[in-house]
Design a protein around this ligand. Structure first.
Ligand code: BGC
Length: 424
């Protein structure tokens, strides 16, 4: 999907020429002589299920607040942006940005800021009263050198274990596992009761999520945080032991995992072919949207009060065709009404601190309470902990480990990735 440097430069030149001559692809430039475009192209990877339901909720609010503009859905399907991020990178290289795009708060957002691809929104923050609307830690993760570049839509939690209640109770399992040891015992029980692959799993980034949950159990919150800021050594024996636990966990998972997106793994749980899946809390919204009610949820065994957070935020790209329309989108997104319209449907909790918990479904009510008291730890596959380059290196290391199971080589690859990317 990536362009060669030469082709990208040529493509960018063509795009600039087209925009300058008023021949842009979606209705003309807002600063050119032609009619202003009303379209606001919103680029996400929320194409189906609970993700689409969340987007639809927000779009309904946008239609009310910004009736002078037209929402254009630029979603590219694929969990965690596995396809969307590549398409976006090509478009940004070609000088053809959407009017706004989804970017994870933290290191991933910094990629776009450092590349000069997004506008400073500091003055809009003041105008819209957003400066104090979000938690300080989140605002810090959206800020670079004193400027703030995106509006957060939500806070998701990554380290949640989802279970099929019927499968669990049929196997005589009535309590949630609280440690890796208990988890392994339950997985053995499920196997004996005929569930061949009790832990549903998908491809690379979903494997990294499972592995990070094991790391949190093994290291605890502080040491886990240290993995991403250079303070914890990836070559340590505690990492080796986490990889060994993770390797053992893989023996309880479906063999076709490398071809599965998260929703394919989720279906194994819904169909009763698996008992558990580790996944972010977008799963709550997706199960609800699909009408599957018989599920439970708990923090991953041994994760204690670590709340592995990530946040979807939206930006104003440099060269957006309709910056005023984008600002209307961003203002709606950051408002109390926008956050409620979106998060009640998305499984996440609002980033704003003025939300009313009782407005939310049962899962989010527990998440709102946990977020207020737990320890925030970041996620690499969802950008709060690491850059896209680091994500790519980790994903390919996980993909390789999924087929060769070589503990030493996974640890070396993860150590090398941290060395290459940790300080960037
Ligand atoms: C996003 C969520 C999305 C999930 C699965 C995460 O990276 O932050 O909004 O639901 O990926 O696609």
């Amino acid at each position: 999907m990536r362009f060669s440097k030469r082709a990208a430069v040529a493509a960018a030149g063509i795009a600039v020429a087209l925009v300058a001559s008023g021949c842009g692809s979606s209705g003309g430039s807002s600063s050119g002589g032609g009619a202003k475009t009303k379209d606001v192209e919103v680029f996400t990877w929320w194409a189906d299920g609970g993700e689409k339901a969340g987007l639809d909720g927000l779009v309904a609010q946008f239609k009310t607040d910004c009736s002078q503009y037209t929402f254009v859905n630029g979603a590219v399907a694929g969990g965690a942006g596995s396809n969307a991020k590549q398409v976006l990178a090509s478009r940004l290289q070609q000088g053809d940005p959407p009017d706004t795009f989804q970017a994870h708060a933290g290191a991933e957002l910094s990629d776009y800021i450092n590349a000069g691809q997004v506008e400073d929104l500091s003055s809009e923050y003041k105008d819209w009263g957003l400066t104090t609307a979000f938690p300080k830690g989140l605002v810090d993760s959206l800020t670079v050198q004193g400027k703030i570049y995106s509006v957060p839509a939500n806070i998701h939690r990554a380290n949640v274990l989802w279970g099929n209640k019927k499968v669990l109770t049929t196997a005589g399992i009535t309590a949630a596992p609280t440690s890796m040891t208990e988890f392994f015992t339950q997985l053995d029980t499920l196997k004996t009761k005929g569930i061949a692959s009790p832990l549903a799993l998908g491809k690379d980034w979903t494997q990294e999520m499972l592995f990070e949950s094991v790391l949190i159990s093994e290291l605890g919150s502080d040491k886990f945080i240290g993995l991403w800021n250079g303070k914890t050594d990836w070559a340590g024996s505690d990492i080796t032991s986490a990889i060994n636990d993770y390797k053992k966990l893989l023996t309880y998972t479906n063999k076709d995992r490398d071809t599965f997106d998260w929703t394919d793994a989720e279906k194994l749980v819904m169909d009763g072919k698996a008992a558990y899946q580790l996944m972010g809390d977008w799963e709550a919204a997706d199960l609800d949207t699909k009408g599957f009610k018989d599920y439970n949820y708990v923090a991953f065994p041994g994760n204690g009060t670590a709340y592995q957070w990530l946040a979807d935020s939206f930006v104003l790209p440099k060269g957006a065709k309709n910056p005023d329309g984008t600002k209307c989108w961003l203002k709606t997104l950051g408002s109390s009404a926008g956050q409620k319209a979106f998060n009640t449907k998305k499984g996440s909790i609002p980033a704003r601190t003025d939300a009313v918990a009782s407005d939310y479904p049962a899962y989010q009510q527990t998440a709102i309470a946990d977020w207020a008291k737990d320890t925030a730890v970041p996620s690499c596959p969802h950008g709060s902990a690491c850059s896209q380059g680091w994500q790519g290196a980790v994903n390919s290391a996980q993909g390789k480990f999924s087929s060769d199971g070589n503990v030493d080589s996974l640890q070396k690859a993860l150590t090398a990735a941290a060395k290459q990317f940790a300080t960037k």
